[in-house]
Design a protein around this ligand. Sequence first.
Ligand code: ADP
Ligand code: ZN
Length: 215
Amino acid sequence: MKLILLGAPGAGKGTVAKMLTAIDGSVQISTGDILRGAVQAGTELGKEAEAYMKRGDLVPDSLIMGIMEKRLQEPDCEKGFLLDGFPRTIPQAEALKKLLHKLNIKLDMAVDIDVPRDVILDRLCTRRTCNNSDCQAIYNVKSNPPKQEGICDKCGSPVIQREDETEEAISHRLETYNEKTAPLLGFYEKEGFMKSVSGTSSDAVVEAISSELGL
Ligand code: ADP
Ligand code: ZN
């Protein structure tokens, strides 16, 4: 499948994407994961992105398009991909449209995961992430804690609260979402392949998506 996953921070894009990869071998492409990996590795890209990310601001479109242009041409994308956290702005969506045209790739749909704001806020404050940039497994202190406190079940690395998951950065990320990313719903509506799924359970969201795709 070739999907764009839209939705506010904390809507469950990452969790849903990971579940969908298990269905048909499509790959999850998370710009957030790629950027956090670059920050940890101390690459040029990471150095450029770090300050924006810490504040909960968006990284400049040009940096993101550079990442995506390369990533979408890697061979593992042939089986399908789930774009998680990209596009985030109208200019990114316009640039993606051109890029896909150039690469002769057709998307199946854009899915908006619609979750009530109070659920989102609660989730983001209790979310924890594996610190290993190759893993980045997602936990929740209330609903899905690691088996051993603070240690990733999958790889044994420390499980931490992200630096942009302080209350202040969270509310800034939600504002940025409303201002810059929410307009993408109208964009893909016009393109004719927008599908909205509301649901607080990631299982239900995955089921709705697979049935929509006839899987
Ligand atoms: P969430 O969806 O939980 O907010 P992500 O992991 O998708 O978090 O992104 C974390 C941060 O990485 C964002 O706050 C932003 O600074 C940066 N980022 C990720 N994807 C993009 C993008 N497509 N455009 C601009 N900035 C991005
Ligand atoms: Zn891990």
